[in-house]
Design a protein around this ligand. Structure first.
Ligand code: PEP
Length: 248
């Protein structure tokens, strides 16, 4: 059985004061232990958030890392640096990075490689736009994004895939539990085709306007192994309720 995982993507939000308030509730959540929980603050807050969660079951993740080695790359943050400040995870391929920062599948595969070489576990985001869904190409697009990474960097069962339909991110629209399940199953079947030994072990999260009111129903689907949460991860009662909804 796959343990559910709830990851909070804080995006470019937070302050030392707001982070401390938020973390107080998260580290006190009763469901920690039965559910894996990861918080992914902006880079400058990684050390202080790492200190706040140390000794608890909450893990630390970065929201991105560089595709380059360390060196003369002004503004870049390497995977090794993230690992150095105690990150265990890194979100890669988020649709905002793909759309706003022109990250291609090749760049994302390169980042995944750097991440695993530094001991980080990737949370690989994939998902179709509204136009792609409406033209009946949702699965084709998501599978292509998955294969672009999985077939160039050998995955293992510690990796996490986050299916995040772009039209559901930050919009208040959520994929129906059945639509999410059907995509997650297609992704798992595709993983099984190439890597049968990990297909039933790898976790596939759903992301896109997950909140306390829709979490339980999404988590009741057999191939939905948790959530990558944006907006609702910034509201402590919401995030803690989502974590509780993931308890089996
Ligand atoms: C996200 O950015 O990964 C996300 C899922 O955002 P939201 O929950 O706000 O839709």
């Amino acid at each position: 059985m796959r343990k559910k995982l709830i990851a909070g993507n804080w995006k470019s939000n937070g302050s030392l004061e707001r982070n401390a308030d938020l973390l107080d509730s998260i580290v006190g959540a009763k469901a920690l232990g039965s559910v894996d929980v990861v918080v992914c603050p902006p880079f400058p807050y990684l050390p202080s958030v790492g200190d706040a969660v140390s000794g608890s079951k909450v893990e630390l993740g970065a929201q991105n890392c560089s595709a380059t080695e360390e060196g003369a790359y002004t503004g870049e943050v390497s995977a090794r640096m993230c690992a150095d400040v105690k990150c265990s995870w890194v979100i890669l391929g988020h649709s905002e990075r793909r759309a706003l920062f022109a990250e291609s599948d090749d760049v994302i595969a390169c980042k995944v490689k750097r991440a695993i070489d530094s001991g980080l576990k990737p949370i690989l985001c994939i998902g179709e736009t509204l136009e792609e869904r409406e033209s009946g190409r949702a699965e084709e697009v998501a599978l292509k994004q998955l294969d672009a990474v999985f077939l160039s960097v050998q995955p293992d069962e510690s990796w996490v895939v986050a299916y995040e339909p772009v039209w559901a991110i930050g919009t208040g629209k959520t994929a129906s539990p059945n639509d999410a399940q059907s995509m997650h199953k297609a992704l798992r079947d595709n993983i099984r085709k190439h890597f049968p030994q990990i297909a039933d072990k790898i976790r596939i999260l759903y992301g896109g306007s997950v909140k306390s009111s829709n979490a339980k129903e999404l988590f009741s689907m057999p191939d939905v192994d948790g959530a990558l949460v944006g907006g609702a991860s910034l509201v402590s009662e919401e995030f803690v309720s989502i974590i509780e909804a993931a308890v089996e």
